[in-house]
Ligand binder design. Structure first.
Ligand code: ZN
Ligand code: ZN
Length: 78
C-alpha cells in the first residue's frame, strides 16, 4: 500500500466513486497517482485521460517527486 503525504492526498488519490469506474470520468476525482512512475497529477476533465503532473502536494506542501527537483536541490537541504 502506498504511503501518501497526508490524509487529503490519500483521500483524493485513492477515491473511486460508484458512478464512474474510470477515475478520469469522475468530476470528484482530483488527483491521479501513478504508482509505476511514483508521480502525482491533477486530472484535467477534458474527456480524455490528461493530467498535469505536480511536484508539491496542494494540501500539505510536501514535495512529491524528485524527478524534476534539480532546481530545488540546493535550497532544500535539511
Ligand atoms: Zn500532502
Ligand atoms: Zn464520480
Amino acid at each position: 500500500m502506498t504511503e501518501h503525504c497526508c490524509q487529503m492526498m490519500k483521500q483524493n488519490a485513492e477515491l473511486v466513486c460508484g458512478e464512474h469506474p474510470d477515475r478520469f470520468d469522475c468530476p470528484d476525482c482530483l488527483i491521479h497517482y501513478s504508482a509505476s512512475r511514483n508521480a502525482y497529477g491533477i486530472i484535467i476533465h477534458d474527456g480524455g485521460s490528461t493530467f498535469v503532473s505536480i511536484s508539491y502536494c496542494p494540501w500539505c506542501g510536501q514535495r512529491l517527486s524528485d524527478e524534476c527537483a534539480d532546481a530545488n536541490t540546493r535550497m532544500i537541504d535539511l
